[in-house]
Design a protein around this ligand. Sequence first.
Ligand SMILES: Cc1cc2nc3c(=O)[nH]c(=O)nc-3n(C[C@H](O)[C@H](O)[C@H](O)COP(=O)(O)OP(=O)(O)OC[C@H]3O[C@@H](n4cnc5c(N)ncnc54)[C@H](O)[C@@H]3O)c2cc1C
Length: 468
Amino acid sequence: MNTGCNISLWMDLLDDSLQARPSLQADIQADVAIIGAGYTGLWTAYYLKRHAPQLRIVILEGETAGFGASGRNGGWLMGNLLGEDRLLTGLSPAQRKASFELLHGIPDEVAEVIAREGIDCDLRKGGVLYCAARYPEQEVRLREYLAHLRALGLGDEDYRWLMPNELAEQLHVANANGALYSPHCATIQPAKLVRGLARCVAGMGVELYERSPVIDWQPGLVRTEKAHVTADWVVPAIEGYATTLPPFGNHQLPVQSLIVASEPLSADTWAGIGLARGQAFSEFSRQVTYGQRSLDDRLIFGARGGYRFGGGLRSDFNLTDGELALRRYLIGEIFPQLRNVRFTHSWGGNLGMARRFKPHMLRDRGNRIALSGGYGGEGVGASNLGGRTLADLILGRDSELLRQPWVLSDSPVARLSRWEPEPCRWLGYNAIIRSFVHEDAVLANPRSAVWRRRLAQALAARLERLMC
Ligand SMILES: Cc1cc2nc3c(=O)[nH]c(=O)nc-3n(C[C@H](O)[C@H](O)[C@H](O)COP(=O)(O)OP(=O)(O)OC[C@H]3O[C@@H](n4cnc5c(N)ncnc54)[C@H](O)[C@@H]3O)c2cc1C
């Protein structure tokens, strides 16, 4: 059965023709030229217009707004950043507290904007459940992670351990040994957010040109096939597509993540699962699983995909039998009653991974660019923070947003960590993923000997640390 779809289930569900806006036909001059109409580009345009309505802002989108990861993701709107524990480690407790408050406030900031602007994106702030399931080692790792969060100063109000009976009040997962619950997460219908944001900024006077891929840039200038834009600032907001526009691909590689969606499930089925408040959920393996119950009662479930040699983009997201089978297997392990559930949709997308596995928000005065990215699969909330931060960097506004360890206020792009040349990237990435897959297979097999379990874990953990 081919469960593929054009872009994503989310786009299919829209009451929106996805008719492309006009493309750029003539040379123009602007204050800010943004490349890419995903969340990062659109949030940047939104906050720039809020603070400085007089600015002429142009967005050039290669396809249509939301074509990238923003129209395809799993809909976790998280109040944190990838690698935040490493980013915040060196700060004083007071600074760290302020940074965590900023991060934890992201879902509420998005909720406030969408309420103000009339964007309905099914936002429900039900928090997130990281479940210790499938095998006992998940509990050990999850409790270690909680201890680490505690050492960073986070308390029960931010992350709380749930015993299996407490977890069962929210979610029924097979073989659960407990879960970590955080309230700082909401779920959304991603395409509704990105398409709503595009309409919103267009209504504010931002000029959005679609089917206008940028083929080249230099300080103060971006070029499409037909015309160019001169601008004081350029914002390359192309996250998973950075390899298409040098030199950004040296710092940010495309990685794919893949999702399936079930048919809408009955009220009885959901009564046996839970997730009644729009909670996001995951099990704590290194397969990077993520799920939610959509507002129309589907199970949405994703897991890590792959990396292509040379940073090649993936455009065909008809999942292979093997890719579908892995997701079905994981769903069946977590929810045995859904082992044979019907998938109606499957899709995926390219996301951007920075070399040190932590995001950056940067202003490069020499090249007149402002850049936010490297979200590494956790960009739904991070891109809102990125948009706010880039607006302040461009406008020279002094704000708390700029006093954060992920912000490089005046730094050449070249100072971002570079990925190693091929074939090192491909070999390294695949060695790591193979170690994760091997670890998962060993740990999921109750007959695996203790020494094999320990060895598989040690190898995966070692390689994971090497990556960062
Ligand atoms: C399958 C999947 C699941 C995910 N799940 C989650 C999740 O649940 N929670 C979470 O926080 N994050 C998730 N992410 C990551 C998140 O979706 C992204 O980090 C976020 O959407 C990035 O937004 P962006 O605007 O920076 O990039 P994108 O949304 O990718 O936008 C970039 C845009 O630039 C355009 N473009 C590219 N090159 C050019 C060019 N040369 N000229 C003009 N336009 C160009 C593209 O067409 C695209 O529209 C997921 C990602 C994927 C792929």
